[in-house]
Structures are given as structure tokens and as C-alpha cells.
Design a protein around this ligand. Structure first.
Ligand code: FPP
Length: 248
């Protein structure tokens, strides 16, 4: 039998007893956290930002290579305008208030998703944060903004098709590796551990390609209640899993 061509580049390295290189989190449950306290939804999002601070700090201390946070999905535009505007305001405030600490800790900020659709001043803040931290060598903090996997894969495919049409590449060279290299996450390792808070068990169009071999962890904890202990527990759970990447 002719063996199929293996694609070792697509298979994340690391074993069951190691720290994940890349942890991605769907931060869910801010609204329910607020509702349970009869508070407006924005209060939940504010507490959600505090959880972001805690987790970014702790992940850096632990020595994770990449932490990706789903802050605003391309579907979140469907929320009431006031909530969208609250989320944008919180993001603006977070960058202004926390960039010094984040940059000082050696963290490199990257953004995935079509964030250029945001208001001009916010786009500039984001671009400045990326530029200011570009040479840092510590943890990479990837913030997903106006992000959706289908859109990301479509954009990547279109870019490759355009190049093929222009005669720059052979269509036969459009392999899985070529697509990986064209995604917003180009040069970021694949997701090892994907966490979703608040009891929902869905991927919601998040890193579908990059999480092909990820371990999934769903916790009932609402995002504003997710703290250092919950992160350590998740890493501990990951370390006990046996990853086979399609092998035996
Ligand atoms: C999900 O909770 C959370 C979001 C849609 C936004 C996450 C955003 C933040 C934590 C704040 C901004 C982020 C940064 C990086 C500064 P939900 O509103 O869907 O909760 P629910 O399902 O209980 O209603």
C-alpha cells in the first residue's frame, strides 16, 4: 500500500506531560454573571476585563508561549448597538490602561480578525499596541477582534486563488500548509488547549482550522469568575490527557 504523504508540520509538538504551547479561550458568561446579580450586562463585561487581566498575568508567569482570547466575534455585531459600543469602550480602556504593564512584561500583542472595521481611533490604538510590542520576546497575546474562522479561511483562500490567477503560484501548491501560512495566525503554533467558560459546548466559529488537534475543555465557571486557580486546573487537566494526533 502506498502511504499517504504525512504532513508533520500540521501536527503540534509536545507531549501529554508538557505545558500547552498555545491556549485559546472563549470567554463566555459575562451576561449571565451580571444577570444573576441583577446588574446591567456591561457590569459583567467589566468584570470580564478584570478576568482578562488576571489570566494574561498568570499565563505570562507560567510561561505559556501563546494565549489567544476571543474578545469580539464577527457575529457579535448582532448585539444591541449599546452593548457593541460598551465592548468597544472597554477594549479602548483596556489598551490605554494596561498597555504599559503588558509591554513591560515582555508580552507581544497580535490581533486576528478584521479589526480594521472598528472606529478609526480604536484601529490606531490597536495598531500602536501591536507596533509597540512587536519586538517583545515573551508571551504572545493574540486578541481575536471581529474574528470568525469561516471569514478568515475564505480570505486566505481568496488570497491564494488571486496569486494563482496572476500566475505567481501553481494551484497544486495550495496545500494545507500553504493555507495555514495565509491565515491571520501565520507563524503562530496551532492551538493545544481550547477552553470555553460558562457551560456552553460550542466552538462558535473560533480557530476551527488551528484547533484541529486541540484538547477541548468546557467549564461551567462564568468568565468573570475564571481566575488563576481555574487556569492552573485547566493546564493540569491538559497535562493528564493523552494526545495521539490521529496515531495510536
Ligand atoms: C461573552 O459573554 C463575552 C463576550 C462576547 C465578550 C468578551 C469580552 C470581554 C471579556 C471584554 C473585552 C475584552 C478585552 C480583551 C479587553 P456573553 O455576553 O456572551 O455572556 P452570556 O452568554 O452570559 O450572555
Amino acid at each position: 500500500m502506498i502511504p499517504l504523504k504525512a504532513s508533520p508540520e500540521l501536527v503540534p509538538v509536545g507531549g501529554a506531560d508538557t505545558l500547552p504551547r498555545h491556549v485559546a479561550i472563549i470567554m463566555d458568561g459575562n451576561g449571565r454573571w451580571a444577570k444573576a446579580r441583577r446588574l446591567p450586562r456591561v457590569a459583567g463585561h467589566r468584570r470580564g476585563v478584570e478576568a482578562v487581566r488576571r489570566i494574561v498575568r498568570k499565563a505570562g508567569e507560567i510561561g505559556l508561549e501563546v494565549l489567544t482570547l476571543y474578545a469580539f466575534s464577527s457575529e457579535n455585531w448582532r448585539r444591541p448597538m449599546e452593548e457593541v459600543s460598551d465592548l468597544m469602550g472597554l477594549l479602548r480602556h483596556f489598551i490605554r490602561a494596561d498597555l504599559n504593564e503588558i509591554a513591560g512584561a515582555g508580552v507581544r500583542i497580535r490581533v486576528i480578525g478584521d479589526y480594521r472595521a472598528f472606529q478609526d481611533d480604536l484601529v490606531k490604538l490597536i495598531d500602536d499596541a501591536i507596533a509597540r510590542t512587536a519586538a517583545n520576546t515573551g508571551m504572545t497575546l493574540v486578541i481575536a477582534l471581529n474574528y470568525g474562522s469561516h471569514n478568515e479561511i475564505a480570505r486566505a483562500t481568496r488570497a491564494l486563488a488571486e496569486r494563482a490567477r496572476a500566475g505567481e503560484i501553481d494551484p497544486a501548491s495550495i496545500t494545507a500548509e500553504a493555507i495555514t501560512g495565509e491565515l491571520d495566525t501565520a507563524d503562530i503554533p496551532p492551538v493545544d488547549l481550547l477552553i470555553r467558560t460558562s457551560g456552553e459546548r460550542r466552538l462558535s466559529n473560533f480557530l476551527l482550522w488551528q484547533a484541529a488537534y486541540a484538547e477541548l475543555l468546557f467549564t461551567d465557571t462564568l468568565w468573570p469568575d475564571f481566575g488563576e486557580a481555574e487556569l492552573v486546573e485547566a493546564l493540569d487537566d491538559f497535562s493528564r490527557r493523552e494526545r495521539r494526533f490521529g496515531g495510536l
